[in-house]
Design a protein around this ligand. Structure first.
Ligand code: ADP
Ligand code: ASP
Ligand code: MG
Length: 419
């Protein structure tokens, strides 16, 4: 029997009426002859509420108990979806992670899949069940404790199930009708893409476009899953939405295909550090040990180059990291200073920054993208604080108050509203 994976995100299952609406889409596929694995998120707002409960109870919480609490949102939706399908005459059964069992690593709060054994769910399909409704975002550690996969993790559950069960396609139903050139909530000129290459989607996701969790795109790319993003609120068919696929499947691609942004950034500068071999490692080693995900880095040029004649040369070091890791980063630096491993005069944190990025595989073969980007930002008088580039993306850190303006300016500069 051909099999489909259908994933419904939080807003798509936000209340009983929406669960019914989603269930109808599932029923339609069953009537077409598919066995269906449905992956559900928690009802919209539930996970935030559960995270709030944990943080309100324990500041330095035990991550195992965090997972035990926040995984529960998905359990409710899975049961309700199975019930709704049964009411509609569709044989369905719900599955929590441990019942599959979805095996993950023990990294609570950001666990990774180890294995998804098929036997239990396959047995139910053989019994005549048509739908397995699986709670997204969760699994079970080698010690048998509940784990979660990081925010947005139900996307990754969906792709992992599609790979494990050899699904014909993995459909991600959400509150937009596809992947756009930028977040349609920020730019009204955003244009829906028919197709997007895995590499580009991976960059957009990791640079802040939360329409798909980054890890889900990685898995889809690795296991060649046909991944589609489409609307749960509209009538859809096989041609709806955006297909995330191999570059080769896309006939024509632009130099830049999308603009991504992230508000959750912070910038930290260490003023007057020594400019000598080993200083970067003395700074970024302790940050890594403290679990800080350093993103962009700039080191100022020193007044004098370090050499034997100028052993006292000094410089400044700036880096960015997620805003919720600032306290950890500051403590790691203060501890390293107190231990005499680094020296700096002042540590300054700027939490009013945002990262804006342009992404496109066409950049590999086209020069001038950076110049065009900087020109567009300068025309709006937006100052760039930090820059970083890779083969298919350019990112800048700017004042957060200019973020929307920057997104729109870049969208215009690269003509992304035009096909
Ligand atoms: P779900 O709850 O279904 O998982 P999310 O809120 O996680 O949905 O992701 C969908 C949201 O992603 C959209 O509402 C949209 O605001 C946002 N988004 C950001 N960038 C993009 C983009 N390039 N294309 C489409 N949506 C985007
Ligand atoms: N409910 C989880 C979250 O809000 C997982 C998901 O929706 O993908 O992050
Ligand atoms: Mg999501």
């Amino acid at each position: 029997m051909p099999l489909l994976v259908m994933k419904f995100g939080g807003t798509s299952v936000a209340d009983l009426a929406r669960i019914e609406n989603a269930a109808k889409k599932v029923q339609k596929e069953v009537e077409r002859g598919y066995d269906v694995i449905v992956i559900v998120s928690a009802m919209s707002g539930e996970t935030n509420k559960l995270v709030g409960f944990v943080e309100g109870t324990s500041k330095l919480y035990d991550a195992r108990e965090y997972d035990a609490v926040v995984a529960s949102g998905e359990n409710v939706t899975a049961g309700l979806m199975a019930l709704r399908l049964q009411e509609m005459g569709v044989p369905a059964r719900s599955w929590q992670g441990w019942q599959v069992p979805i095996q993950t690593t023990a990294q609570h709060g950001s666990a990774r899949f180890v294995d998804i054994p098929r036997a239990n769910i396959d047995a139910k399909f053989k019994e005549g069940f048509k739908v397995a409704v699986v709670a997204g975002f969760q699994g079970v550690s080698p010690e048998g404790r509940i784990t979660t996969l990081g925010r947005g993790g139900s996307d990754t559950t969906a792709v992992a199930f599609a790979a494990a069960f050899g699904a014909e396609r993995c459909d991600i139903y959400t509150d937009v009708d596809g992947v756009y050139t930028t977040d349609p909530r920020v730019s009204s000129k955003a244009r829906k893409l028919e197709k997007i290459a895995f590499e580009e989607m991976l960059e957009l996701a990791s640079l802040g476009a939360k329409v798909l969790q980054t890890r889900s795109v990685e898995l889809a790319m690795r296991y060649k899953v046909r991944l589609r993003v489409l609307s749960s609120f509209e009538d859809t068919d096989e041609t709806s939405g955006t297909l995330v696929c191999d570059e080769e499947e896309i006939m024509e691609s632009k130099v830049v295909s999308g603009v991504a942004f992230s508000r959750e950034e912070a910038k930290i500068t260490l003023f007057t550090i020594e400019d000598r071999p080993g200083v970067a490692s003395a700074i970024f080693g302790p940050l890594a040990d403290a679990g800080v995900n350093v993103d962009m880095i700039v080191q100022n040029i020193s007044e004098k180059d370090y050499d034997d004649a100028h052993p006292g040369a000094v410089t400044d070091m700036t880096f960015s990291c997620p805003i919720n890791q600032v306290d950890r980063a500051r403590k790691a630096m203060e501890d390293a200073k107190a231990a005499g491993k680094i020296g700096y005069d002042e540590l300054i944190v700027d939490t009013d920054v945002a990262k804006v990025s342009v992404v496109g595989i066409g950049m590999r073969s086209h020069a001038g993208v950076a110049a065009k980007m900087f020109n567009a930002l300068s025309a709006e008088n937006i100052n760039i604080k930090v820059i970083s580039t890779s083969e298919i993306k350019i990112s800048v850190l700017i004042d957060r108050k200019y973020m929307e303006l920057a997104v729109q300016a870049l969208h215009d500069a690269f003509d992304l509203d035009k096909a």
